[in-house]
Write a protein that binds this ligand. Structure first.
Ligand SMILES: Nc1ncnc2c1ncn2[C@@H]1O[C@H](COP(=O)(O)OP(=O)(O)O)[C@@H](O)[C@H]1O
Ligand SMILES: [Mg+2]
Length: 345
């Protein structure tokens, strides 16, 4: 179990972590979610005593990291995949780590097999792809067979096969009863991996809840409607006290309505429908709304969409819905939304 208590880190005028308190329980995958710059890596570095808190504390099984005897046997971590001497082979990198914590050399072979790097064990890690580097970092984390594992954005830069592999690995490690703490800036990734969520923005705790609760609270349904007689249908819906919101490209969405009710209402008023489709708000969008006020660099400032027009700011998230839960990343959602809208209209 990891316990974070009133953890604060200040770098000059930047308050990177601001009074964070939470616990990471064993036996589940806990997702540590927040936009870029939220303070995830800083928090993780402080968990490993790689950075000193301005105030507050972190304990691992009740002790600070530096108090752990042979720490690799308590907690394994992948923070920075490229933090490996480039001239050292994968095998030798793992061997010196093993020696430093009195882990038998045979374990090096085992973890190389686990992460699928046995074939390249004698190659220098400097020539490794990002994916191979991530695998080597995961091998190092697993080396001491620790009860607690921590991964900072482990799927960044991985191909789909690698992402699936990491996802399944985390789940199986949790199923073995271990504590698994994994950070990401992508809700879509966490939705597929995490059982529990700790969400932060600008160093502050925004939410600490189970993935199921997050889904229950945030994936509201709505119905997209298109009709050649929009005024007539909007009047009928208003009379039935059903609320709607317009879509930029025409048509509208019915909030908390069900398709059968809307279809019957249209028929009763002799209105034809060209679309009546139930939708789900994406979890990515709920996450973006939750963190909108805390995003350090606005998407619109740094990622203009392909045609040069600025994407809508996150504040408009309630209007621009996609229903897709597979965003390509922080910002990709907006570009994708505008691309999709253009194609449909
Ligand atoms: N060593 C450092 N010196 C100064 N500022 C830092 C340092 N590390 C992180 N920061 C700042 O702290 C904030 C949090 O960064 P970080 O923990 O890397 O966020 P995340 O991992 O969530 O993207 C950012 O504003 C970042 O610029
Ligand atoms: Mg980070």
């Amino acid at each position: 179990m990891i316990e974070v208590h009133q953890l604060t880190k200040r770098y000059g005028s930047t308050l990177a972590v601001d009074g964070l308190s939470f616990q990471v329980p064993r036996g589940v995958v806990t997702g540590f979610l927040g936009p870029n710059g939220a303070g995830k890596s800083t928090t993780m570095r402080m968990m490993l005593d790689l950075d000193r808190p301005t105030s507050g504390s972190v304990t691992i099984d009740g002790r600070a990291y530096h108090q752990l005897h042979q720490p690799l046997k308590h907690i394994g971590a992948l923070l920075e995949a490229k933090a490996v001497h480039p001239g050292r082979t994968a095998y030798n990198h793992l061997l010196w780590l093993a020696r430093s914590n009195r882990i038998p050399a045979g374990r090096v072979d085992e973890v190389l097999g686990l992460v699928g790097l046995r074939e390249v064990a004698k190659r220098k890690s400097g020539g490794f792809s990002l994916g191979m580097g991530q695998r080597l970092g995961i091998a190092a984390a697993l080396l001491g067979d620790p009860k607690i594992l921590m991964f900072d954005e482990p799927v960044n830069g991985l191909d789909p096969e690698g992402i699936l592999w990491v996802r399944n690995l985390m789940k199986s490690l949790a199923q073995e009863g271990r504590t698994v703490f994994v950070s990401s800036h992508l809700m879509s990734e966490m939705a597929l991996t995490a059982d529990h969520l700790v969400v932060i923005g600008q160093g502050r705790l925004l939410a600490n809840l189970s993935m199921n609760d997050f889904i229950d609270q945030n994936s509201h349904g709505f119905v997209r409607v298109r009709t050649p007689q929009p005024e007539a249908l909007l009047d009928a819906l208003a009379m039935a006290r059903i609320s709607t919101r317009p879509l930029a490209e025409g048509g509208f969405e019915v909030i908390d309505g069900n398709p059968a009710q809307i279809g019957d209402l249209a028929r009763d008023h002799g209105i034809s429908l060209h679309e009546l489709s139930p939708q789900r708000a994406s979890l990515e969008e709920a996450f973006m709304q939750m963190t909108a006020d805390s995003v350090e660099y606005r998407t619109g400032d740094i990622h203009p969409s392909a045609d040069g027009t600025a994407p809508p700011p996150p504040e408009d998230a309630g209007v621009a819905r996609t229903g897709a839960a597979d965003s390509g990343g922080w910002g990709a959602q907006w570009n994708r939304t505008s691309g999709k809208r253009r194609k449909e209209s």
